[in-house]
Design a protein around this ligand. Structure first.
Ligand code: CUA
Length: 346
């Protein structure tokens, strides 16, 4: 390999490495809503520090090996006018080999210790603080959230109190999904027939975006969710509302809407207190208090809700909500009444 060719290879390598570092600083990478580097709470913080630590050790290694490599290339290359000779051949050096093995082992230990500590730290919530238990269940293509100690079941919007550990059991009813709220903690798979555990804690109130991160079929890309971290008074208020039955339909339109609902929607959806006990689709008891619909992909408003009922497969490819299956044929009036009823489920 001549010097020119070598220089080209080095320049291309430096360009690619540079590109990688520039990409780190593009808008969104460091501070976007899905950035695992813009962390909140102790679990994400621990995982971020171990990430940068490991990147640091790897960079150190890259610089040292790269420097030795470049030194060897330039120091021992054939000088202009010099005849090309085969260099002196040698075989094996116990000193060099032992030194390299020891150095590799040391580097592995230096990386492994903080990583193992972070793994154990992330595995279960601290024993000295009361944690809130949540069961997160992956469905094609939405998330069910149960609070077994509070008697609450909801979907796609997980409310948590600020400053308190959330102890999460992760399950799936169909295929493998993965539960990920990048700003709060690393991901955890939802595997059918298996219970995985993780925990996180949000230290600041706000909304944290989550996403399924294991390819799970047609609408994998639409399997989002939100974690809403509330101040503890707000969280208590939310819990009190969620524990209640759904409000009874009041207006004529709502009463008609409830009647339509009970002609088919009820076979898949639960509305507590309204005799609807289906468990295939999301629990809709307090549907109107959610900000999104369709697993976090649409704003919860009349237009989107109307379209969702009329054209479920257009709104979400592969949508398992199928009105034909429960022999529902809805007129525009039926849909309006259904929308009015669902909007009353505060
Ligand atoms: Cu669920 Cu991807």
């Amino acid at each position: 390999m001549n010097a020119m060719r070598l220089l080209q290879v080095i320049l291309v390598g430096a360009f690619l490495i540079g590109l990688y570092f520039v990409s780190l600083f593009l808008p969104g990478t460091l501070d976007g809503p899905m950035s695992f580097l813009s962390v909140n709470g102790p679990v994400a913080l621990e995982q971020k520090s171990v990430f940068w630590y490991t990147v640091g050790v790897s960079l150190f290694l890259m610089v040292v090996v790269g420097a030795v490599f470049l030194y060897a290339i330039f120091r021992f290359r054939a000088k202009p006018g010099q005849d090309f000779d085969v260099p002196e051949q040698s075989h094996g050096s116990a000193k060099v080999e032992v030194a390299l093995i020891v150095a590799s082992c040391l580097l592995l230990i230096v990386i492994a210790i903080p990583n193992a500590k972070a793994l154990f730290y992330s595995a279960s919530p601290p024993a000295d603080k009361e944690a809130i238990k949540v069961v997160a269940i992956g469905h094609q293509w939405w998330w069910e959230f149960q609070y077994p100690d509070l008697g609450i079941t909801t979907a796609n919007e997980l409310h948590i109190p600020v400053g308190q550990p959330i102890d999460i059991e992760i399950k799936s009813v169909d295929v493998i999904h993965s539960f990920w709220v990048p700003r709060l903690a690393g991901k955890m798979d939802a595997v059918p027939g298996q219970i995985n555990r993780m925990w996180f804690q949000a230290d600041d109130a706000g909304t944290y975006q989550g996403h399924c991160t294991e390819y799970c079929g047609d609408s994998h890309a639409n399997m989002r969710f939100l974690v809403m971290a509330d101040e503890s008074a707000d969280f208590d208020k939310w819990v009190r509302t969620e524990k209640k039955d759904a409000p009874a339909p009041a207006s004529v339109q709502e009463i008609n809407g409830h009647r339509v609902f009970m002609q088919g929607c009820n076979s898949c959806h639960t509305v507590k207190g309204a005799d609807a006990m289906g468990v295939v689709g999301p629990n809709l008891t307090h549907f109107a208090s959610r900000t999104t619909l369709g697993s976090g992909i649409f704003e919860n408003n009349d237009d989107n809700l109307t379209n969702w009922i009329k054209f479920p497969k257009k709104m979400k490819p592969g949508n398992l909500m199928n009105l034909d299956q429960v022999n529902m044929v809805l007129s525009d009036k039926d849909v309006d009444e259904l929308v009015a009823y669902l909007n009353s489920l505060k």
